[in-house]
Ligand binder design. Structure first.
Ligand code: GDP
Length: 440
């Protein structure tokens, strides 16, 4: 055994304070963390709304917003707020609310929010998938103006809602936008709310997890500040920010075994192997031994940052930077899963998933995406078509799965990857998303 662990003698193991992380967490319970994606039809007003939200939160100033907005449009890169807002310099940020440029993070009195994507129009779906695979909730932006809602429902409003739901995101905040263009018509808001409620419930969002806020992203009405337009007085519910702050991190049992997906792996002064990402489940502390999958190599936590602050420990939901020791950089890659060596995630080259089809599915080659991990594989079998709502078997061994339907499928991979039930995965083929869903 001595010969197998030469690294252990190179340097002393990091000192652990042997903290009871869960009681530390309870004691220090400060701000909660929540992550979200912003989705919706092209031109629904996603950029404008996010830009205005950050402006009203004093994360950015008006001049910077205008400048960056123009630049973004000129280079045609993206009309999304974050692409330009997040590119700013620290001096431009006001006190009280902070934003982390590298991680798309901003902070209010109660919550640290992470915006999980910064998509442009071109490559929106892959970005959204990466984001949705980690999101606690989604903001769906809808253009309420005449004809636009209807067009959106045929277009991306529907596709995006189904996609985020099939990725396991259960809470959705619907920002019914551009209400200034319909004179703040309550009737129009209710009409959209009714239609969307019906659609979202069919897509198996539970009513208690769906909220509707009438807003004008352009004028900043009901984002951070309540609308001062008398025509909007009928709405007395929560603002978008109040809805955001209601978000509870989803499905991250602190007591579950540690799981963290490596979003970035790089070299720093502190360590040749520094890994950043979000803790999906469990907790960790300085001195802990970790297992990196699929390499199966052990590493130790030398030091860490939790939500940008140096810390002794971190829990599920937090974004962390881990400085690792006793591991060679070749054993850690983006998309890897870092886990508890006592309760590791398994490696497998075959899995069964419940998939929402976006295209026709038959036995075929597919690229499997899980967060930032990509692996080549093949749909090998389709054991059943499932009822979209109940999940019950509707038909056994179909030859083909039609778009918009849900099926149980078996995928064979070309390599071993860390896999476990409940993971959110997406299948792509020829640059298109063909299916998304949860591992069984
Ligand atoms: P995105 O493609 O979803 O990011 O949409 P943009 O934010 O680029 O907005 C598309 C267009 O809608 C732009 O011309 C915006 O000025 C306009 N727009 C966005 N929000 C509002 C709003 O609340 N009211 C009005 N009147 N126009 C808006």
């Amino acid at each position: 055994a001595g010969a197998e662990e030469p690294k252990a003698v190179e340097a002393p193991l990091p000192k652990s304070r042997n903290l009871d992380v869960l009681s530390e967490f309870e004691r220090h319970k400060g701000k909660k963390s929540a992550s979200f994606v912003v989705v919706g039809h092209v031109d629904a007003g996603k950029s404008t709304m996010m830009g205005r939200l950050l402006l009203d939160l004093k994360v950015v100033d008006q001049r910077a917003v205008e400048k960056l907005r123009k630049e973004a449009h000129t280079i045609g890169k993206s009309s999304f707020a974050l692409a330009w807002v997040l590119d700013q310099h620290a001096e431009e940020r006001a006190r009280g609310v902070t934003i982390d440029i590298a991680t798309n993070r901003f902070e209010t009195d109660k919550t640290i929010f992470t915006i999980l994507d910064a998509p442009g129009h071109q490559d929106f779906i892959p970005n959204m998938i990466a984001g949705a695979s980690q999101a606690d909730f989604a903001i769906l932006v809808i253009d309420a103006s005449v004809g636009a809602f209807e067009a959106g429902l045929k277009g991306q409003t529907r596709e995006h809602s189904l996609l985020i739901r099939s990725m396991g995101v259960s809470r959705i905040i619907v920002a019914v936008n551009k209400l200034d263009m319909v004179s703040w018509s309550q009737e129009r808001f209710e009409e959209i709310k009714n239609q969307m409620s019906g659609f979202l419930s069919m897509a198996s969002f539970q009513a208690k997890n769906v909220a509707f806020v009438p807003v004008s992203g352009l004028h900043g009405d009901n984002l951070v500040h309540r609308s001062s337009d008398p025509a909007a007085a009928w709405y007395t519910g929560p603002t978008l920010l109040e809805e955001l702050e209601k978000s509870e991190p989803s499905g991250r049992a602190l007591t579950n075994p540690l799981r963290m997906t490596a979003s970035e792996v790089y070299r720093t002064m502190q360590s040749p192997v520094t890994v950043s990402g979000r803790i999906d489940a469990g907790s960790l502390q300085v001195g802990d031994a970790l297992l990196v999958q699929p390499s199966g190599e052990k590493a130790y936590v030398k030091s860490l940052l939790a939500d940008d602050m140096p810390a002794d420990w971190a829990v599920a939901g937090q974004s962390v930077v881990l400085h690792l020791s006793h591991i060679d950089p070749i054993h850690v890659r983006v998309g890897d899963i870092i886990c508890d060596p006592a309760k590791p995630i398994a490696r497998a080259d075959r899995f069964t998933m419940k998939a929402l089809a976006f295209d026709f599915l038959t036995p075929m080659q597919v690229d499997v995406h899980r967060g930032r991990l990509h692996a080549a594989g093949r749909i090998e079998a389709i054991p059943a078509l499932l009822d979209k709502v109940t999940g019950a078997v509707a038909k056994k061994k179909p030859k083909i799965v039609k778009p918009g339907t849900v099926a149980r499928i078996v995928v064979q991979l070309e390599s071993q990857v860390p896999l476990e039930a409940g993971q959110r995965v997406v299948l792509r083929s020829g640059g298109q998303t063909v299916a998304a869903g949860l591992l069984e």
